[in-house]
Design a protein around this ligand. Structure first.
Ligand code: FAD
Length: 548
């Protein structure tokens, strides 16, 4: 365990890709840092999510850092969509290469943070009893790091084994010969179900909402293509940063409704064959804003399900009909629909036949008992706000973040929240975050935070706090942009709909990266428009010498 620093320039919470980059970037500014991470090592998402089939669904070469051209040239991905162990190795490599672990306390959870108005500093507390004073608090806690535990009666009574995809045992789990139940068919369920089906004696999938998923077309990467890409790395990275979703996708020119059936089908087939998350969504320019246009994409996917699944009744039960295509996070899979053709797989539609209880021997639905040895909860996360509301955060005037956000998150630009000075949320609610390639979003936010801290230092300012007016305008804008799309029509985790009692608010910013970047960079260029800047009253302490 590293020695604790009790008085630092910044506390960084989290050591996933955001936390790691924050350590690197802020250290280069010469700040003293103390990091905390609940997990035993770096990697965040990729440290926790070790279920069978866990992979990225943004292509590996895009889903990686761009801040170091040397790192980009050194590291070679082996698969188009890297599996979890490879992504975790990458995070470990980055930590080693830039010596990023030295300021981080692992297996330590931040439990509280309180703004000390007089000192203009945060007092941070952990579950190990640590107390640290910091000028800045960087919440690099992730959007999908608070695993959502299922709320089902009798859960503790089950005599078999229960597993959560977001907390998968590190030693792996041998499901050979076991009767396994998977509850949930979001991304984690869809990635794991085909692999679990191959191992288990029998797999029962409990599905509430069928999801749209497309074949990922996994493949090893061709070394020549990798080298060609590395040769153009800087140019590609620039184009990614300037793209709407942080990955290069041709911008569609046509409405799905202005072409004939044959042309539309040909376009969808071409998009389907790309095996990419954004390919289908970007096949036409109105799929996410026009219900009729969207329905053409939805029906194309349903037709693929009918072609793949032998039993027509089963195909229908797997076909999404309650939400527009692309408005819940679409998934990429490895033979998901075909898995239901196996003799050892059963689908239980819990919308028509709800789970009543977990019993000592399995799962009871309204009409049936399912005897199981293992239950896998693929129930996702308390997304975006869950990790930020985990610790008890108290801002200026004793305001609690949990109270302030009781009706939904309120941020300025997704990076700050009024009344909580010097606190930054990396990829927070109100920023593009989960709607884009998150590595691009993370680097952009951390770079902005570093620029902001440098500005405060240069201008002898103690703190920065968003104004309520600027925040209100931003929240209205985030809602306006979302309401122009079909997204609010789905009961998705983007809306908080997977967590009982959570306010229904569309949390990410859907205006796209270029518009967002222009706005947030413009705010900085205008001397942090929409923020209140407080001068240092006492002589400011010099940041310690650069540690890079
Ligand atoms: C299975 C899965 C697949 C994904 N695939 C993709 C993909 O292909 N493309 C993409 O763009 N995104 C993907 N994501 C989203 C992914 O979360 C981000 O891409 C990225 O890893 C987020 O990095 P982060 O550092 O912001 O957060 P995380 O990786 O979630 O790290 C946050 C860390 O903070 C720690 N933490 C939280 N609260 C505290 C606390 N109070 N005290 C101490 N530590 C705390 C957590 O333990 C965690 O390790 C995926 C997510 C999942 C779950």
């Amino acid at each position: 365990m590293t020695e604790l620093r009790r008085d630092v320039d910044a506390v960084v919470v989290g050591a996933g890709f955001a936390g790691l980059y924050a350590h690197h970037r802020l250290r280069r500014l010469g700040l003293t840092l103390q990091g905390f991470e609940a997990a035993a090592d770096v990697g965040g998402t990729w440290w926790w999510n070790r279920y069978p089939g866990a992979r990225c669904d943004v292509e590996s070469m895009d889903y990686s850092y761009s801040f170091s051209p040397e790192l980009e040239q050194e590291w070679t991905w082996t698969e188009r969509y890297a599996p979890q162990p490879e992504i975790l190795r990458y995070a470990e490599h980055v930590a080693d290469r830039f010596d990023l672990r030295r300021d981080i306390r692992f297996e330590t959870r931040v439990t509280a943070a309180t703004w000390d108005e007089a000192a203009q500093r945060w007092q941070v507390e952990t579950d190990r009893g640590d107390r640290v004073s910091a000028r800045f608090l960087i919440m690099a806690t992730g959007c999908l790091s608070a695993a959502k535990e299922p709320e089902i009666d009798g859960i503790g009574s089950f005599r078999g084994r229960t597993l959560h995809t977001g907390r998968w045992p590190h030693e792996g789990v041998d499901l050979t010969g076991q009767r396994v139940g998977v509850i949930g068919t979001g991304s984690s369920g869809i990635q794991s179900i085909p692999l679990i089906a191959q191992q288990a004696a029998h797999l029962t999938v409990f599905q509430r909402t069928p999801n749209f998923t497309m074949p990922a077309k996994h493949a090893p990467l061709d070394p020549e293509a990798v080298n060609a890409r590395k040769a153009r790395a800087q140019e590609i990275r620039k184009a990614m940063r300037e793209s709407r979703a942080g990955v290069i996708v041709p911008v569609p020119e046509h409405s799905a409704l202005e072409v004939d059936d044959q042309a539309r089908r040909a376009r969808f087939e071409q998009a389907w064959e790309t095996g990419t998350l954004y390919g289908m969504v970007a096949a036409f320019n109105d799929l996410l804003i026009d219900r009729d246009a969207n329905e053409t994409a939805a029906e194309f996917v349903r037709a693929r399900i009918r072609e793949t699944v032998a039993d027509p009744d089963l195909a229908e039960r797997l076909s999404p009909r309650n939400h527009p295509f692309g408005t819940k996070r679409p998934c990429l899979d490895s033979g998901y629909y075909a898995t239901y053709n196996r003799d050892n797989v059963t689908l239980v539609d819990v919308r028509s036949n709800p789970i009543v209880a977990i019993t000592p021997t399995g799962v009871r639905t309204t009409t049936d008992e399912h005897d199981l040895d293992v239950i896998v909860f693929a129930t996702g996360f308390d997304a975006m706000t869950g990790p930020l509301l985990g610790p008890d955060i108290t801002g200026a005037g004793g305001m609690k973040l949990r109270d302030k956000w009781a009706a939904g998150p309120r941020t300025y630009l997704g990076i700050a929240t009024a009344g909580f000075p010097n606190l930054f949320t990396v990829t927070g609610p109100g920023s593009p975050s989960v709607l884009v390639n998150m590595l691009v979003a993370i680097e952009q936010h951390v770079d902005w935070v570093a620029g902001c801290i440098a500005y405060l230092h240069e201008h002898d300012l103690a703190s920065i706090d968003a104004t309520v007016e600027a925040e209100d305008r931003w929240v209205d804008h985030v809602n306006d942009v979302a309401s122009y799309t079909l997204f609010p029509q789905a009961n998705s985790w983007y809306m908080g709909a997977n967590v009982p009692g959570k306010p229904r608010v569309f949390m990410p910013y859907i205006g796209g990266l270029p518009r967002y970047t222009e706005t947030i960079d413009g705010v900085a260029a205008d001397g942090y428009r929409g923020f209140t800047l407080t001068p240092a009253t006492a002589p400011e302490r010099e940041p310690s010498a650069s540690q890079t």
